[in-house]
Ligand binder design. Structure first.
Ligand code: F6R
Length: 363
């Protein structure tokens, strides 16, 4: 039931603090057993990770690459399942194949997994929201995200819980390989703050409603982010496209000058994900590039100097501070809300957007 919400998507956005909290619990303090690997030997011998997924699940994989390489110091490739399955790639039997899927029934993801197995890559892990799914049956090990049933076609709580599962995987591998720079308890405490931060983000709905009014009149938009916030920009743009039918393009901020800057004029909303982290100075200069061309800026930040410089065409929402590694979780939620509210203003069928299915079981 909708429990007072207007749409399932809205309900599922608001369920994220508890879905994320339940998924953090399921990490069991970063124990390999949480992923179904009883022998730590398994993680000791792996030297590479290949992530395969589609759509939103692919974007959680892109965030995971930042974590797996930074925290576990293991090479990580992320591939779109429909590309990987038909591509001649170089197999590596020491590689762990991680298939990410909300439904566990996505045809391309299942086929990509089979393709990897046919090439001799036997070690496989599913990050999946449905315990009884084909994907879980076909993988050696699995972690079930605790999002609960997701009904809205546009994925929300499945994404943030996948992020938790993948962050946990990076920490778990780093621990087994003796590469952790802090204690597991410390890392867990920091991670455990995320549910309350997500609640705080959800309380900014009023400001996001103002942005949504502007977005609902746009035909196009650009979303920018750097580092792990680049895939968050991709995911935010996908949400807007799917349910509001407004074209949105996610871009790594540093690529702005290499093409999309040509699109910027006073009509174009440019959304920038700009937390005060090690890349903030770079992002500030990207903001200036847009400002100089009179683009309409919408900035999510916790940086004081950006907050102070907001003007009529430079809209800013202040988000809570968190550790740099966990920013993807905090900055995803306002983008989901923005897409959701924009779509409701446009009056689209939010839970069942045109031409889309919840689970893509055919190619
Ligand atoms: C986006 C969306 C799709 C799915 C994709 C993969 O909101 O819902 O892009 O993420 O079809 O689905 P799963 O995760 O079930 O494999």
């Amino acid at each position: 039931s909708l429990e007072g919400f207007t749409h399932y998507m809205e309900k599922e956005i608001y369920e994220q603090p508890s879905a994320v909290s339940n998924t953090i619990q399921a990490l069991s303090g970063f124990a390999p057993e949480a992923y179904g690997f009883n022998a730590p030997d398994f993680f000791k011998k792996l030297n590479r990770i290949l992530i395969i997924a589609c759509g939103t699940s692919y974007y959680s994989g892109l965030v995971a690459k930042y974590w797996i390489e930074k925290i576990a110091k293991v090479h990580c490739n992320v591939e779109i399942a429909s590309e990987y399955r038909y591509r001649e790639s170089v197999p590596d039997p020491q590689c762990l194949v991680v298939a990410i899927s909300q439904s566990g029934e996505t045809a391309d993801t299942l086929a990509a997994l089979q393709h990897a197995k046919n090439q001799g890559m036997e070690m496989s892990l599913a990050i999946c929201n449905v315990a009884t799914s084909s994907l879980v049956k076909e993988t050696e090990a699995h972690f079930i995200t605790k999002a609960g049933t997701e009904i809205g076609v546009a994925s929300t709580k499945a994404f943030t819980t996948q992020l938790i599962a993948l962050y946990g995987l990076a920490v778990c591998i780093a621990d087994i390989k003796n590469r952790l720079e802090q204690s597991k308890d410390y890392i867990l405490d920091r991670l455990s703050e995320i549910p309350s931060l997500l609640k705080e983000v959800l309380s900014h709905r009023g400001a996001i409603e103002e942005w949504a009014q502007d977005f609902s009149n746009a035909l196009n938009s650009i979303y920018l982010g750097r580092g792990q916030l680049y895939p968050v920009a991709l995911e935010g743009a996908l949400k807007l496209k799917e349910i509001s039918y407004i074209h949105a393009e996610g871009y790594p901020s540093g690529e702005l000058k290499h093409g999309p800057l040509a699109l910027v004029d006073k009509m174009l909303p440019v959304l920038v994900i700009a937390p005060s982290n090690s890349l903030i100075e770079k992002v500030k200069s990207n903001i200036q590039e847009v400002k100089a061309r009179k683009g309409r800026l919408y900035v999510l930040t916790n940086d004081e100097s950006i907050l102070e410089s907001s003007t009529k065409n430079f809209h800013v929402i202040q988000l809570p501070k968190t550790h740099e590694d966990l920013e993807s979780l905090v900055y995803t939620v306002p983008l989901q809300l923005l897409a959701y509210i924009t779509a409701t203003i446009k009056g689209t069928d939010v839970d069942k957007p045109r031409n889309l299915a919840k689970s893509v079981t055919v190619e």
